[in-house]
Design a protein around this ligand. Structure first.
Ligand code: PHE
Length: 452
């Protein structure tokens, strides 16, 4: 079975390709758009520290776990969990982890594509010169106008989904490496330019103090849960995306170094964007750090609109953001698509059409939360909370329990045969104790804080 799937699946040409794909999945709207606004809502530096701690202590072991599971089974996440559950002789409920992942991926993709659509819209706005010299009032107004226009949002959302489906139809391995190879260096250059301009037109010092200074103000009872959710989200954990990519890694490839690299990229992108965004926030009294999901779309046009050559750079920036989102969306689509192809006998284009349409339809709820349903139903807030605060941590918890307690130890050891026994024991301890306890406690305490 596994051998057949190995052939069916093919294997990445090298671990470099895996780093590209995994980075493409992780670096996306999570670091660029979500990270700054969630940091702003949770008071800054202390929250950032929590986030970083979760990345290393919980995120890294879970990344490793998902990749190992995917590599061992070499199937879509749903079937992978089925196979692994049977291999260790466990009751079939454990294979439900795969389903939880597919469901979370679909829900995330539904609003992810809406926000990616905003980026595409802003790319054209920048290119057409609309935001030249705009002040804080003008950029806020501009964003509000977009939110008030559901048809326009739906069109961009559909366009973005079509672009993502176009890649997944051909199989994730093609095209992705190329996109990431060009995108990452370009994004890095743009970030440096942005940081430079933030220092001249923004309040860089205040921003750095906000993002890195430790203080308790702004933290709430649920902040830890949000930091955990954000860590899982930005590392693409809990939806089976990393399992799906792990399925293509060569057997003997050393993965831990690659995973650390992926985390490093992710952190650099997220932190620099936060600094750039808050430099503008503190330079304009009209914008508050806790402005929510619109934060990046209100602040960055301010920077671009007021620097030489800014409109061109702005257009490139929003294009890159859309590309980063696109390489993440691909990995959100893949688990569902792969399952439909493997188990339901769909063709790849049919599977894509099904998953893509479902995501689009579900995304309408998020589109309408900003206009037609505004004030009544915050569907976006609901699905965001459902995924980041409940589904992702829950799946993470189950995966840690699966690898640490349910799967046979010898099988886990087999997957990590490259590590010395000491190192292996350290990882195993993390899977068994630290990750489940940390995630479990935060999940329970956070939910208690949210609902009670
Ligand atoms: N990690 C992606 C981001 O930060 C989002 C994502 C989550 C992608 C889960 C795949 C799976 O934008």
């Amino acid at each position: 079975m596994v051998d057949r799937n190995k052939r069916l699946h093919g294997v990445w040409s090298s671990s470099r390709t895996f780093v590209f794909a995994a980075t493409g999945s992780c670096v996306g709207l999570g670091g660029i758009w979500k990270f700054p606004y969630v940091v702003g809502e949770n008071g800054g530096g202390t929250f950032v520290l929590l986030y970083l701690a979760f990345l290393l202590l919980v995120g890294l072991p879970l990344l490793l776990a998902e990749v190992m599971l995917g590599r061992r089974a070499r199937q879509s996440p749903v079937n992978a969990m089925r196979y692994l559950t049977a291999e260790s002789g466990l009751p079939t409920v454990w294979s439900g982890i795969g389903w939880l992942g597919v469901a979370s991926g679909l829900i995330i993709l539904s609003y992810y594509s809406v926000v990616a659509g905003w980026s595409l819209q802003y790319m054209t706005d920048m290119a057409s010169g609309q935001l030249q010299g705009a002040d804080a009032r003008a950029t806020t107004e501009h964003f509000m106008q977009l939110l008030a226009d559901p048809e326009r949002m739906m069109r961009w959302q559909a366009g973005f989904l079509l672009l993502s489906m176009a890649v997944v139809v051909r199989g994730v391995r093609r095209g992705l490496g190329l996109a990431v190879r060009w995108m990452m260096p370009l994004l890095a250059v743009l970030l440096l330019i942005l940081l430079y301009y933030s220092a001249t037109v923004g309040e860089l010092g205040k921003s750095i103090d906000f993002v890195f200074g430790l203080r308790a103000a702004g933290l709430t009872a649920t902040s830890a849960l949000k930091a955990l959710g954000l860590a899982l989200f930005t590392l693409s954990l809990g939806v089976g995306a990393m399992m799906a990519y792990g399925a293509y890694i060569p057997d003997r490839a050393p993965v831990i170094k690659s995973l650390l690299l992926v985390i490093l990229f992710n952190v650099l992108v997220a932190l620099s964007f936060a600094v750039v965004v808050f430099a503008m926030v503190f330079a304009h009294s009209g914008i508050r750090p806790d402005s929510g999901p619109g934060l990046m779309f209100i602040t960055l046009p301010l920077t671009f609109g007021n620097m030489p050559g800014g409109l061109l750079l702005g257009a490139i920036f929003f294009l890159l953001t859309a590309i980063a989102a696109w390489s993440s969306a691909i990995s959100l689509l893949e688990p569902g698509v792969a399952w439909l192809v493997e188990s339901r006998g769909c063709r790849r284009w049919q599977a894509n059409l099904i998953v893509g349409s479902l995501a689009w339809f579900l995304g309408l709820g998020s589109v309408f939360s900003f206009n037609r349903w505004r004030g009544d139903i915050n569907f976006y807030g609901f699905v965001d909370m459902l995924t980041s605060a409940i589904l992702l941590p829950l799946t993470a918890l189950l995966i840690a329990l699966f690898v640490g307690w349910k799967m046979r130890r010898s099988l886990v050891r087999e997957e990590m045969h490259g590590e010395s026994l000491h190192v292996f024991n350290g990882w195993y301890w993390l899977f068994r104790y630290l990750v489940p306890v940390a995630v479990g406690v935060i999940l329970v305490a956070g939910l208690f804080g949210l609902f009670v």
